[in-house]
Ligand binder design. Structure first.
Ligand code: TMP
Ligand code: ASP
Length: 251
């Protein structure tokens, strides 16, 4: 691999300077973390799967006009993306009660919510990514009211589209997290979807068995993490029916 300048290393990805101005190479690691990094394991092949799944989802989103950072996949672990200024918020959309909302509001995991709900969390591991309100976001200027509205409406649109996409392959989209970034074009600032959308950042349940096919398998020590991610990729049509081992040959 040619030596490149590393811009940032996160828990699951590394960002390198891209070949052209305004581009970044996003490298998907096999590291899995949970509980703000307190739980950590290396899961052989996770990065390869998330690279492919996130590519697939970002391409589908671009096709319906949801602007995002994805440019092209470079190899098994890397994709070329637009350089953005990340907005320090995690935007979570929920359809079914699970995880932190179930705990916070005393809901039973698996119960349908009255309607899809959007939430904002501050991206700060040292604080445990706290839930924040629109007024916090405006007061501390993490995003402008215009950007906030844009992120929320995009989140609902993405939820509608991805819910349908997953329903077609017998998967329920329980909830997911997305991140947004700013791109500057002359005087104009635009907010686009960034980061990744993968089983690391979604809750995906098999429609019939309710089996979890996402990172909760890791968080809750349920086993078969990679097998589940591979099943998602297979149903999306990304993997051949009888895949060669994903980690065997890396281009
Ligand atoms: P939560 O129920 O733990 O708040 O998670 C909601 C959704 O956001 C779920 O699909 C998992 C995802 N998520 C992340 O991608 N990163 C995180 O740091 C957390 C806490 C959740
Ligand atoms: N990604 C977060 C962490 O590493 C939390 C999570 O996904 O549960 O701690």
């Amino acid at each position: 691999m040619p030596r490149r300048r590393q811009i940032y290393e996160g828990k699951a990805k590394i960002l390198y300077e891209g070949p052209e101005q305004g581009t970044v190479i996003q490298y998907f690691k096999d590291d899995a973390t949970a509980f703000d990094g307190k739980k950590h394991e290396v899961l052989d092949g996770k990065g390869v799967l998330n690279n492919r799944i996130s590519e697939h989802i970002m391409v589908r989103l671009a096709e319906i006009g949801v602007q995002n950072h994805f440019i092209k996949r470079l190899n098994m672990r890397e994709q070329l993306v637009r350089r953005v200024e990340i907005i320090p918020l995690e935007v979570v959309m929920r359809n079914i009660a699970a995880g932190s909302i179930a705990k916070r509001l005393g809901l039973t995991e698996g119960d349908a919510l009255p309607r899809p709900i959007v939430e904002f969390y501050l991206k700060d591991d040292s604080l445990g990514d706290p839930l924040v309100t629109e007024d916090h976001i405006a007061a501390f200027n993490w995003a402008s009211p215009y950007e906030l509205g844009d992120m929320a409406s995009n989140a609902f649109r993405i939820n509608d589209f991805l819910s349908g996409m997953f329903a077609a392959i017998d998967i329920q989209l329980v909830d997911f997290k997305i991140e947004f970034g700013r791109v500057y074009e002359g005087d104009a600032v635009q907010v686009i979807v960034a980061d990744e959308i993968s089983p690391d950042s979604c809750r995906l349940w098999d429609r019939n068995s309710k089996e979890k096919l996402d990172k909760d398998r890791f968080r809750r020590d349920l086993g078969n993490v990679i097998e589940s991610y591979r099943e998602v990729a297979r149903r999306l049509g990304i993997l051949p029916e009888d895949p060669t081992p994903l980690t065997a040959v890396e281009d």
